[in-house]
Design a protein around this ligand. Structure first.
Ligand code: C2E
Ligand code: MG
Ligand code: MG
Length: 640
């Protein structure tokens, strides 16, 4: 209850009480005290005058008090209003948000300082204009219609809106607009409050860019590529179109990183991305999926039909040397192609099958492309099954060690044997190590397998020596995966200790790739193995990337020429040149040299004539169980 009402009530109560007292005196007390009617009448008349005078005084007092109160309240209210206005003005002027006020017809009547800072317009430049002056042209008429409808129906609108600054630049604002109504509910003004969100937008854009693009090449990354592939797939399915996915992987890129450093590697990747782009028509998506793997998405029917030709063009384009840090570098690549709807029904399958085709291309001997085929899936499936069965095979002794004799080409006698693992699968028959060793390497079973083969071979060698078989070593293959691990020498020492074989009867075969992974560590490991007293040879020599400098640092006694070069003998000029070069190199470095995969007498003859000391191959003997070896087998061939 306000003080004015309270005061009015108090005055009315007092007036009522006085009236009741006057009535009591006039009607009860006076008639009882005065019996004389004339005197009573005069007394009552005098009481009436007194009452009237009292009423007048009371009314006067009440009126002046009420007026007084009302006056003070009015003043206080006005003061409060003034304060509120001053506060609003201060907020209006100091807020960082732009404020714009229009009258009911939409004419600008007021703007604040922040408005000028954001838009570049001074107050006197915009008063009298309409907010449409700042339109960016980014929104159609329906946008503004919807906005006004919301302001009128919901009493407010807020949202993102693009406007134009005085400089002409367009920028995003976050804006709230409200109508101001008078007591009758009629709109008198509109107030718009806005902030400039261009910097927020910019960082959002940057974040989105980072999330979807590869920072090195600026190409879409795997995330964006998968997204585009999904969209393209939906589109192709709906419109009964085809779609091709090409995976391009640079061959031996790892070696570039290792030998020239990562910044050179980065430069190569950038240059390769640019070169790939040259061969692509506009609008074709090229992405970097990671590492040295790129992906291309072809959506146009003609492009899809010519995807193999494109792969060929890309391979040729990459063949041109790259100039990196002043050096020219030669790079090759492999391409895998998969096509919707022939090879895959979903985008995910498309990617997976292109990957299978890529592995096939690499397998074919790099710098080639392969189209996906159903056999590739069968192959991939078999791999998965074998991987699952391999663990059991190790535990249930399904593995065997076969031995292939190594002949001295001069004496034709067996000088040593190579231990080669076999998997006697109960249902599939013999599975070749070429197939299951890579699986074992991936699944981590390789350490167990190699350790078992080594133990078995050492034990067998011990047995042969005890029987008086005159051979000087058993050679055992070591997976490149194990070579990277520092404890190989300790494991080998343990096996030698357990089997009691003297180390000079053991030779370990290491591939070039094992050395390439981490050359310094590999060379240290070789020295530790040599310190045990055993021999080392490099297997499949010529297929890797050993540098001569590195080869010189390796304590290796033998090079094994890869069977791929021997196969072309004695006619293929390239193979002849390579084999001769390896023989010369081995001799120059004081190493022995062995040719693998000799299948014909004339190959053996050629090798003997060209000073290759040792030979191994089906023509001499196939790998076989220990007990089947004929130690006296010395085939005759002529040096040619
Ligand atoms: P590798 O060490 O280069 O072994 C030589 C391969 O050539 C063997 O294949 C052998 O059977 C085959 N071979 C021998 N003579 C001829 C010939 O005249 N013509 C042809 N075409 N091939 C011939 P295999 O036994 O299938 O082994 C393949 C590869 O698997 C081996 O190549 C070796 O890298 C790996 N491997 C075999 N056993 C083991 C093992 O116990 N541990 C590890 N880590 N790898 C092994
Ligand atoms: Mg070998
Ligand atoms: Mg070999």
């Amino acid at each position: 209850m306000s003080s004015i009402t309270r005061d009015a009530l108090r005055t009315a109560t007092l007036y009522g009480l006085v009236s009741m007292v006057w009535l009591a005196i006039n009607d009860y007390l006076l008639p009882r005290l005065i019996e004389e009617p004339a005197v009573l009448a005069r007394a009552q008349q005098a009481g009436g005058y007194l009452w009237l005078a009292l009423s007048a005084v009371l009314i006067y007092l009440a009126r002046s008090r009420l007026l007084g109160f009302m006056g003070i309240a009015e003043l206080a209210r006005r003061d409060e209003d003034m304060q509120r206005l001053r506060l609003a003005a201060a907020v209006f002027d100091t807020t960082l948000e732009g404020v714009l006020v229009t009258d009911a017809t939409g004419v600008i009547v007021h703007v604040n300082r922040a408005f000028s800072e954001i838009t570049g317009y001074q107050q006197d430049e915009v008063l009298g204009l309409r907010p449409s002056t700042f339109k960016s042209g980014r929104h159609g008429p329906e946008f503004y219609e919807r906005m006004f409808k919301t302001i009128l129906s919901a009493g407010q609108w807020s949202g993102e809106i693009w406007n134009r600054r005085k400089s002409g630049e367009i920028y995003p604002q976050w804006q709230s607009i409200r109508p101001i109504r008078d007591e009758q509910g009629k709109i008198t003004q509109f107030v718009a409050v806005f902030s400039d969100i261009s910097s927020i937008k910019h960082s959002e854009r940057e974040l989105a860019h980072l999330a979807h693009y590869d920072p090195l090449t600026g190409l879409p990354n795997r995330l964006l590529f998968t997204d585009r592939a999904e969209q393209a797939h939906t589109h192709a399915r709906r419109n009964k179109r085809s779609l091709a996915l090409l995976l391009v992987d640079l061959d031996h890129f790892k070696h570039i990183n290792e030998s020239l450093g990562h910044s050179a590697g980065d430069e190569v990747l950038k240059a390769a991305a640019e070169r790939l782009q040259i061969h692509l028509e506009k609008g074709v998506t090229l992405a970097r999926l990671g590492g040295d793997e790129f992906a291309i998405l072809l959506e146009n029917a003609q492009q899809v039909a010519q995807s193999a030709e494109l792969a060929q063009t890309i391979l040729e384009g990459l063949r041109e040397p790259f100039m990196v840090s002043g050096q020219s570098l030669f790079l090759t690549a492999s391409v895998g192609i998969s096509i919707f709807p022939y090879d895959a029904l979903t985008a995910e399958q498309l990617l997976r099958n292109a990957d299978a085709a890529l592995s096939q291309a690499k397998h074919q001997g790099r710098e080639s492309y392969a189209m996906y085929t159903a056999e590739l899936t069968a192959h991939a499936q078999r791999r998965v099954e074998l991987a699952a069965e391999l663990r059991q095979a190790v535990e249930e002794h399904e593995l065997r060690v076969f031995y292939q004799p190594i002949h001295n080409l001069h004496s034709r006698c067996i000088e040593g044997v190579e231990a080669l693992v076999r998997w006697q699968h109960p249902a599939r028959g013999m599975v070749s190590p070429g197939e299951f060793i890579p699986i074992a390497e991936q699944s981590g079973l390789i350490a167990d397998i190699d350790n078992w083969v080594l133990t078995e071979a050492c034990r067998q060698m011990g047995e042969w020596l005890a029987e008086g078989v005159a051979i000087s070593y058993v050679a055992v293959n070591v997976s490149s995966r194990l070579f990277g691990r520092g404890d190989l020498d300790r494991r080998v020492a343990k096996v030698l200790d357990e089997t009691g074989l003297a180390p000079e009867f053991l030779e370990l075969e290491v591939t070039e790739s094992a050395i390439m992974d981490d050359p310094d560590q590999a060379i240290e490991q070789m020295h530790r193995l040599r310190d045990l007293g055993l021999k080392l040879s490099i297997d499949d020599f010529g297929t890797g990337y050993s540098s001569l400098l590195r080869l010189k640092r390796m304590p290796v006694q033998k090079l094994k020429i890869d069977q791929g070069f021997v196969a072309g003998l004695p006619d293929d000029d390239d193979d002849i040149a390579i084999v001769n070069a390896i023989i010369a190199l081995a001799r120059a470095m004081g190493m022995r040299v062995l040719a693998e995969g000799i299948e014909q007498a004339n190959q053996a003859g050629f090798l003997l004539k060209h000073n290759c000391e040792l030979g191994q191959g089906y023509w001499f003997a196939r790998p076989m169980p220990a007990e089947q070896i004929d130690w006296h087998h010395a085939p005759v061939f002529v040096s040619a």
